[in-house]
Design a protein around this ligand. Structure first.
Ligand code: PEP
Ligand code: MG
Length: 588
């Protein structure tokens, strides 16, 4: 958006939430509604009609299977919710089994010669309209069922389950009840100004994605989506957590000024890019980048990252209905390794589960009563060997193109590493036999330290690992029993809690005593407030979102190791996080 946005005649309103990604966005609201998907319409030649009808029939069959599985899962829910879910799913199944919708779509493909998804879209719209004419609440509900079924079939047909934001006016601000990590994957920072949602906490993956894409974001404003209309002018202030609806001229001028100030500050930080990350006493510190999307690699290189310290692979597969095979994964991961041009890339195997659920897995695998403590990450990969083997095969193949390390998420015991190493050797042997290009030397295999048990048992895990990486986001969550994505307890999520700091210190010291390199790739690494403390704990390898690199480097360059080591011991002896925060923020 340009700075000369017309002020609105409507009164200004300010809503307060949690600022999760700093910066100011000014632009028109785009309110995400659940429901209709955008589809392309095209003509089918007469010779292709039979195939198109079959494509539609297959999508219907696949949707029926998917719903049956969901029904089975719903039956295991407790009392009332099982009944309610079962009822809803049964309604959808009935529509899919034989209904006016299915018959009409099939006829439309044949007579109008249009593609199946366009036919589904047209016919669901028509039936909805018919129902809307009837003054009956039950039938109005049925219209919603029909729309849901239509969306389900279209998702199957197009393999692109979520509507993109490509057609929105530049600078648009996305507003929704909840924004999933999968939605953020679709946000192009060139087009989208920022986002705000009713749900979500500061360390949710949605928040992390906002920060890493450099999109100002505010979460945790109750009923946000009901208070904003599409197209309304908004300011999202991701630093203070404010969303301003219909800003006055004075407000717009103030925020436009603040935005220019931030841009100038960024330009200053950009100049740090080519300087080395060394402390005042000459200690060298490695600063690497966390990335999820290919477009972030360029940001990482531009910010001067020495490598990719964490590639979260699960984000490559969020917006799809099926699981990628080895070849697809190889192709998706290749640009990361090639673009880093000889710099190391640490690829983490799928960290699926919890709030990172691919639709592909959501329908195939059970989610237990508590997904954060359930079958997720490395546990899931070890249970579903084809998933792990395909991924390790793809990683081994990209490892032939540049230096690659393999990182396992949510490790809790050394035996998990031992088991993955066995699979890795098997896959390596198989690829070699098939004459597929793999590196001569096996890539290093490492473990995330993000479960308190792993931090405490760091010596035994280090004995089985080639390197370690501290995941302080999950470590904080599991230590304090605070869901990192829950806005209701966001104020209690505190990486400065003495217990969390003790675990971080224990892990760093334990790894060093075992002679195994350790990095830190949680959000703490990218916050300059923690840089001196972590250096004092002995950490020398940080991996963070690209936008954090310059500020952390600036901080590194002002630190004396001896002094921060002494100070970190003082911090460790404090009784609570208030005392710790006070020491941390005092000029050292
Ligand atoms: C972490 O938990 O700190 C981490 C880096 O992993 P993720 O945020 O992807 O869970
Ligand atoms: Mg984690």
């Amino acid at each position: 958006m340009s700075d000369d946005v017309p002020p609105s005649p409507l009164p200004e309103r300010v809503l307060q939430g949690l600022g999760v990604a700093a910066g100011v966005a000014i632009g028109p609201a785009h309110v995400i509604e659940t429901g209709r998907l955008r589809v392309r319409e095209y003509k089918i030649p007469a010779s292709g009609i039979a195939d198109e009808r079959k494509r539609f029939a297959d999508a219907v069959d696949a949707s029926i299977k998917q719903l049956r599985k969901l029904q089975h899962r719903a039956s295991k829910l407790s009392g009332a919710s099982a009944e309610e879910m079962g009822f809803l799913l049964e309604a959808s199944l009935q529509i899919l089994s034989s209904s006016r919708l299915i018959r009409r779509v099939d006829e439309r493909i044949a007579t109008e010669r249009v593609n199946a998804e366009a036919a589904v879209q047209f016919e669901t719209g028509r039936i909805e309209e018919e129902f809307a004419q009837l003054p009956d609440a039950y039938l109005a509900g049925r219209a919603q069922d029909i729309q849901d079924v239509g969306v389900r079939i279209i998702r199957r047909l197009t393999n692109t389950p979520y509507a993109g934001f490509a057609d929105l006016p530049k600078g648009s601000i996305i507003i929704a009840r909840s924004i999933t990590p999968a939605d953020t994957v679709l946000m192009d920072p060139e087009r989208i100004g920022g986002f705000a949602a009713a749900y979500g906490g500061p360390e949710s993956h949605t928040a992390i994605m906002g920060r890493s894409l450099g999109l100002p974001a505010v979460l945790g404003i109750a009923n946000l989506e009901e208070q904003i209309e599409a197209g309304q002018m908004l300011v999202v202030d991701g630093t203070t957590g404010r969303v301003v609806i219909n800003p006055t001229e004075a407000t717009l001028a103030r925020y436009a000024k603040e935005r220019r100030r931030l841009q100038r500050e960024r330009a200053v930080l950009d100049r740090l890019r080519t300087l080395r990350a060394v402390t005042l006493d000459g200690t060298k510190v490695a600063l690497q980048a966390n990335v999820e999307l290919p477009l972030e690699v360029e940001l990482a290189v531009r910010a001067g990252a020495e490598g990719i310290g964490l590639l979260r692979t699960e984000f490559l597969f969020m917006n799809r209905d099926d699981l990628p095979n080895q070849q697809e994964q190889f192709e998706l991961m290749r640009p990361f390794v090639v673009s880093m041009n000889g710099k190391p890339v640490t690829i983490r195997t799928f960290d699926l589960g919890g709030d990172k659920l691919s639709p592909a897995l959501r329908d195939k695998l059970p989610t237990g009563p508590n997904p954060a403590l359930g079958l997720r990450a490395i546990r899931l990969s070890l249970k579903h060997k084809p998933l792990l083997e395909a991924q390790l095969g793809a990683i081994l193949r990209v490892a032939a193109l540049g230096p690659v390390r393999i990182l396992l998420p949510m490790v809790s015991t050394a035996s998990e590493l031992v088991r993955v190493r066995a699979v890795l050797h098997k896959v390596y042997g198989r690829l070699k036999k098939a004459k597929v290009r793999v590196p001569d030397k096996m890539p290093p295999l490492g473990a995330m330290i993000e479960i308190p048990a792993a931090a405490l048992a760091v010596r035994s895990i280090a004995a089985a690992a080639d390197f370690l990486s501290l995941g302080t986001n999950d470590l904080t969550m599991y230590t304090l029993a605070i869901d990192r994505g829950d806005e209701h307890v966001a104020d209690l999520y505190d990486p400065l809690h003495p217990a969390v700091l003790q675990l971080i210190y224990t892990a760093i010291q334990g790894a060093q005593a075992a002679g195994v390199p350790i990095a830190l790739c949680g959000e703490m690494a990218g916050d300059p407030r923690y840089t001196a403390l972590l250096l004092g704990f002995g950490l020398r390898d940080f991996s963070m979102r690209p936008s954090g690199l310059a500020r952390v480097k600036q901080r590194v360059r002002g630190v004396d190791i001896e002094e921060v080591t002494r100070r970190s011991q003082l911090i460790l002896s404090q009784p609570d996080s208030a005392a710790i925060a006070k020491l941390l923020d005092e000029k050292s």
